[in-house]
Design a protein around this ligand. Structure first.
Ligand code: AMP
Length: 188
């Protein structure tokens, strides 16, 4: 089993979630999707779910303190011992610092940060194609704006740290997975 800790970065519609699941299978480490965890919390009607439901529906970001609780709890679980792949966390510079603190406490470091790069017009095309009933055009645009403003700065941060690996996400699902496996400093 690969000892690998990865962060997946990409705009909404970049295929990040799909690719994280495929690479997770290839490497035998869990893919942790904070969006999925929050959706589960909403579906379960938990206190966390009630707190985040409106924020998610609006396409905004849940606050860093709440997300710190979510990710800290998840990374404390046994199945992450040999590695993990983060899909949707960190999303702000504040979350980057929190993740570094948590990893420091666990005596772990990130192996790499993967950016799935997709052209703007392709993102829009995909957003319209896979649009869910509750996704108004405004929410789709908000998600993209939030990504540009809050999450995109992480790309330069991780590039400076020498951790960034970029792949062209405009190609087919299979081609992007192959490209990803090719840039990772680990083998399946
Ligand atoms: P995702 O499935 O990753 O697109 O996440 C769905 C929604 O969950 C986002 O639009 C946010 O409202 C919320 N969310 C997921 N991960 C985070 C995070 N790391 N920080 C803040 N909000 C998040």
């Amino acid at each position: 089993m690969a000892d690998v800790r990865l962060v997946f970065l990409g705009a909404p519609g970049s295929g990040k979630g799909t690719q994280a699941a495929r690479v997770s299978e290839g490497l035998g480490v869990p893919a942790i999707s904070t969006g999925e965890m929050l959706r589960d919390a909403v579906a379960a009607g938990s206190e966390l779910g009630e707190r985040v439901e409106q924020i998610m529906a609006a396409g905004a970001l849940v606050d860093d303190a709440t997300m710190a609780e979510v990710i800290r709890g998840r990374l404390a679980q046994d199945d992450t011992k040999n590695g993990f792949l983060l899909d949707g966390y960190p999303r702000t510079i504040g979350q980057v610092a929190i993740l570094e603190q948590i990893l420091g406490e666990l005596g772990a470091t990130l192996t790499a940060v993967v950016l799935i790069d997709v052209r703007e017009e392709e993102l829009v095309r995909r957003a319209l194609e896979r649009r869910r009933d509750d996704d108004t055009e405004e929410v789709i645009r908000t998600r993209l704006d939030v990504y540009r403003e809050k999450t995109e700065p992480l790309v330069e941060y991780y590039r400076t740290k020498g951790l960034l690996r970029e792949v062209d996400g405009n190609e087919s699902i299979e081609e992007v997975t192959a490209a990803l496996m090719g840039v990772l400093p680990v083998s399946a």
